[in-house]
Design a binder for this molecule. Structure first.
Ligand SMILES: C[S@@+](CC[C@H](N)C(=O)[O-])C[C@H]1O[C@@H](n2cnc3c(N)ncnc32)[C@H](O)[C@@H]1O
Length: 452
């Protein structure tokens, strides 16, 4: 019966996302508290994220068995059909007959008129499986990749031009993998081993993250904020690639740190943790309500060293003069986090990307003015796009030639792979989901040398 509640919640969330443009992650967070079993929270999360990500592929498969377009059906019927066919085609853990029957039962509860249609379409989809025709791979490569891997065509065109078909296909596949939840153990309160044992005792599947010493990876877990361990500040949800930014900034106990695009505070609180809550961190963001999120996290995690300042980072007012370390985790298109943020690929528009580099460079230039002699500066984004990464860094080097790149190859908390060394030695690193099994992320590090 609870399985059915999880499905109903998933269908309601998907309907609202489509009808009202609501954010799936926020709805999941509020609705999952109605499910007491972690198994049900995981199922609802997997259904919502899986359907959102694979929408184009699922609609393409469904259309083979419908005599009208999906857009002609009410939103809740589309949501039932999509969750049904997602379970049939892409979810190993649900037996096919159960996926069909549960969907028909769900339709009965929501609007009986459509139950025969759901029954007939899903039965045909179950019989056909993946045996249907795709667009021609050679003649219609972009359309093929778009419907096969459920990504907008504009993203595919960019990546094909940059990387060719094989790499693009690998990235598309990686973006569609179920998101593994990476958490950061709060080493101010506990250890990785202690937290792992606590989570395992609640039958949560946990493994150590391979890139940072404080990361744990959880499989398909929804509603983490319900856990006692979360509420008591034992961990924070953060991808390993984001955790690397704080490691590479290299702040030590007692340092002064400026974090200019800091909200909601993932990296700020990680820095505080690595600094053992000793020294100062000035956390800037433009939006006061987002700064409140940093204060809440700091309180939950037992961190007292962060001072928040509301300012436009292109101006940086009220923060004091020079700092030992400065972090610029710039606003970006977020194309590196498509695996985690299931609906992001449908929200983004290509023209947004062209506006970002000017903002990113302006923030980086201003932040650089606050690095003391001998101090260090990290620029990071969660995107794969060169205009926001390599191009921004190139312009920065031209405008601030006094800054030197810092070799990153020896500072990682794991042994770097051969293929990454060339970039790392030059002080930059583009992390790609299909190469590193982490969120796509970019890091560059600079030092302001001592004056002679
Ligand atoms: C990538 S997010 C930062 C994430 C954060 N560092 C973390 O790890 O949780 C970028 C942040 O920049 C902020 N932002 C955007 N434009 C800004 C500006 N001009 N000045 C200051 N902050 C800005 C946004 O509000 C957003 O919180």
């Amino acid at each position: 019966m609870n399985d059915q509640n999880a499905r109903l919640i998933a269908v309601r969330i998907l309907t609202r996302v489509e009808k009202e443009g609501a954010y799936a992650n926020l709805l999941l967070r509020s609705q999952l508290s109605g499910l007491t079993q972690s198994r049900d929270r995981n199922l609802a999360t997997a259904l919502v994220n899986g359907v959102l990500k694979n929408k184009l592929t699922l609609d393409y498969a469904l259309r083979k068995h419908l005599n009208k377009p999906m857009s002609a059906l009410p939103q809740e019927v589309r949501a039932v059909l999509r969750t049904g066919v997602f379970q049939i085609l892409l979810m190993d853990r649900v037996p096919v007959p159960a996926a069909v029957n549960e969907s028909v039962d769900l339709m009965n509860q929501l609007n009986r008129t459509y139950s025969p249609l759901v029954n007939s379409v899903l039965r045909k989809a179950a019989e056909t499986g993946w045996n249907f025709e795709w667009p021609d791979q050679k003649k219609e490569t972009v359309r093929y990749l778009s419907v096969r891997y459920s990504h907008p065509e504009w993203m595919i065109k960019r990546w094909l031009a940059r990387w060719g078909q094989e790499e693009t296909e690998a990235l598309l596949k990686a973006n569609n993998e179920p998101s593994l939840t990476s958490i950061r153990v709060n080493t101010l309160k506990t250890t990785r081993q202690e937290l792992k044992t606590l989570l395992e005792s609640q039958e949560i599947e946990v493994v150590d993250g391979e890139y940072t010493p404080e990361s744990l990876i959880l499989k398909d877990f929804g509603g983490l904020d319900q856990l006692w361990e979360f509420q008591n500040g034992y961990f924070t949800v953060q991808d390993q690639s984001s955790q690397l930014a704080a490691h590479l900034l290299g702040a030590r106990e007692g340092d002064s740190v400026l974090d200019v695009c800091s909200a909601p505070g993932g990296k700020t609180t990680h820095l505080a943790q690595l600094m053992k809550n000793k020294g100062t961190i000035v956390a800037v963001d433009m939006y006061p309500q987002k700064l409140d999120l940093i204060k809440e996290s700091a309180e939950r995690l037992g961190i007292t060293m962060i001072k928040t300042v509301e300012s436009d980072a292109r101006i940086l007012e009220g923060i004091g003069e020079k700092f030992d370390r400065v972090l610029v985790d710039a606003p970006c298109s977020g194309l590196g986090v498509l695996r985690k943020r299931a609906d992001l690929r449908w929200q983004k528009r290509e023209d947004e990307i062209s506006k970002l580099p000017e903002l990113q460079l302006a923030i980086l230039l201003k932040a650089a003015d606050h690095v003391r002699e001998g101090g260090e500066l990290v620029y990071s984004t969660c995107t794969t796009e060169p205009e926001e990464n390599f191009e921004v860094i190139k312009a920065f080097r031209q405008l601030k030639p006094e800054f030197v790149s810092v070799d990153l190859s020896g500072s990682l908390p794991f042994a770097a792979e051969e293929r990454d060394l060339k970039q790392l030695r030059k002080g930059v690193w583009q992390i790609l989901p299909h190469h590193h099994n982490m969120d796509g992320f970019f890091i560059a590090k600079f030092r302001r040398p001592w004056m002679a």
